[in-house]
Design a protein around this ligand. Sequence first.
Ligand SMILES: Nc1ncnc2c1ncn2[C@@H]1O[C@H](COP(=O)(O)OP(=O)(O)O)[C@@H](O)[C@H]1O
Ligand SMILES: [Mg+2]
Length: 256
Amino acid sequence: MKKLEMLYKGKAKKMYATDEPDVLWVEYMNQATAFNGEKKEQIEGKGSLNNRITSVLFDLLRARGIESHFVRRISDTEQLVRKMDMFPLEIIMRNTAAGSFAKRYGVEEGTPLKKPILEFCVKSDDLGDPFINNDGLVALGIVTEDELAEISRIAYAVNDALTDIFSKIDVRLVDFKIEEGRTSDGAILLADEITPDTCRLWDLKDGNGGKDDDGAIEHLDKDLFRRGLGSIIPAYEEIYARLTALAEAEGVERAE
Ligand SMILES: Nc1ncnc2c1ncn2[C@@H]1O[C@H](COP(=O)(O)OP(=O)(O)O)[C@@H](O)[C@H]1O
Ligand SMILES: [Mg+2]
């Protein structure tokens, strides 16, 4: 497989064309951003960790019957994926109140939700990724009713599978963001990345619901960076080590 011209440089990854029209070459960068790019830093080792974490997660999901754009990991910081026509959506799933949701409704971070909440935001840096409801998505022609139903079905299935995966490594899956797109043959698939940049992950190792004795959240995710609580690297390494051990224990086939 040959790496050709760069098609897009995002906040976390560079996407390159390949000599295979349906395959993209993804390079994970060390850049960390928060608050729509307002806070930005280079963090040595982040690209490699996110590339490896998202790869093992896509392998674990495939073993649970959830297909994605992931083809295989080709180096520490690079992977091949199926080229998709992306829906311009941030697809957010929440199992526990945290972040903007907790703030919006004035509930304490960590409050369990009686059912998972699926939320959509329009993916637009210029607009600051605004929230939109289901009617808005169809009314603006961003997706059709049928697409919305399939996108939602996949999001709930991903939530079930990820909740199972993270519970097995003593991590509370608080919420996460995914992206989906359409393959050239018309199927809607999970795409982009699933990393501690895009999930809220709280450490359950101490058996206390993800908070320490003083009630502070034990973050294993990008909130460490967003909130200036310390280095993300040991946390991301911990997530990667636990996921790798799980994949090994389950005998999951690895695409690398
Ligand atoms: N399989 C895919 N095919 C085409 N585009 C993709 C695929 N997976 C992810 N993308 C897109 O690649 C871009 C690069 O990722 P990223 O650096 O995270 O960008 P952003 O700053 O826009 O979030 C994103 O716009 C994402 O939607
Ligand atoms: Mg992104």
